[in-house]
Design a protein around this ligand. Structure first.
Ligand code: XIL
Length: 302
């Protein structure tokens, strides 16, 4: 196949990109997206501050634009993200425990019902664990006020809101085996043992020279898959350039393809021009939408 999406589809996978609604009107951006990718993740448009800036008043305009674009092209959509400590409006953190719990459940329910049947997988909870060796939960309004049970509650609420959507836990620095990924692993194992609904684990995979593709990436994906969940590479970008970057991208694709339950890869942007990593060139297309060495390497690995 001659595009990322078609090549991934031949392997039973999808190949997606994070998309920003405000770039869809740029013809090269839309043409590259539509030609190469068969899944999209709204980069910011479904986050809490975008869809419920004011309590119980929902604004879906920009997110709807992305979902309609994707649907029109037959692309899958990953919903990102329902419960996260960041890009959270101030009013949420100001609520007392009981009220926060209802606000969280209301948010999950309203957002998922709005998109019912149109989202393949939701990142229900994003980045709930700390970095470092503690394996502890990260401080957030949800963690600090509702307690450890907030993740389970979010997943149960999500299942009820849209039973057809796959429900994922998503995080970063969990790509290799370490204290943080061990803590996520223990949570997923516990959820599966107790029948808490969870279908997939997302590995963000933001890599750079300080945090390269781990040597045990494939093994780590496999141990999660062995728990009975799908795994997905959800926010891939790799700082660098040339052959080194291309080799790292190839290793990511090979690791996913080697794990039968690794169902797809999403890069965190279409082009270096709009990468959130403003200082770098971490994506597959350059500022002029030219195919980089990393692109060729991914396509031939697929
Ligand atoms: C980033 C977006 O790319 C930026 O545009 C925004 O300013 C901040 O968030 N982990 C995630 C993503 O789960 O939502 C983040 O996206 C990158 C890190």
């Amino acid at each position: 196949a001659s595009t990322l999406g078609a090549a991934a589809a031949e392997k039973g996978r999808y190949f997606g990109a994070a998309v920003a609604a405000n770039h869809l009107g740029e013809s090269d951006y839309a043409a590259t997206l539509d030609r190469e990718f068969n899944s999209v993740t709204p980069e910011n448009e479904m986050k809490w501050d975008a869809v419920e800036r004011t309590r119980n008043s929902f604004t879906f305009g920009s997110a709807d634009q992305i979902v309609s674009h994707a649907q029109g092209k037959g692309m899958k959509v990953r919903g990102h993200t329902l419960v996260w400590h960041s890009q959270l409006p101030g009013w949420v953190g100001g609520l007392a425990a009981g009220d926060l719990r209802s606000a969280m459940n209301n948010h999950i329910t309203k957002v998922m019902q709005h998109y019912q049947g149109r989202i393949a997988a939701w990142d229900v909870v994003n980045e709930a664990f700390q970095d470092g060796n503690s394996g502890a939960r990260r401080s957030s309004p949800f963690q600090d006020k509702i307690g450890n049970g907030f993740i389970e509650e979010a997943f149960r609420t999500a299942r009820a809101a849209d039973p057809a959507a796959k429900l994922c836990y998503n995080d970063y620095n969990t790509d290799g085996q370490n204290a943080k990924s061990n803590a996520v692993y223990a949570m997923v194992r516990d959820f599966k043992a107790r029948g808490v609904p969870i279908d997939c684990v997302g590995f963000q995979s933001h890599f750079n020279s300080q945090s390269p593709v781990p040597g045990d990436y494939q093994q780590n994906l496999q141990r999660f898959a062995d728990l009975g969940v799908d795994v997905q590479i959800t926010e891939l970008d790799i700082e660098g350039s040339g052959t080194a970057q291309a080799d790292s991208y190839r290793r990511v694709v090979q690791a996913c393809l080697a794990v039968s339950r690794c169902t797809g890869i999403t890069v965190w942007g279409v082009t270096d021009k709009y990468s959130w990593r403003a200082s770098g060139t971490p994506l597959l297309f350059d500022n002029n939408y030219g195919k980089k060495a990393a692109y060729t390497s991914v396509l031939s690995a697929l």
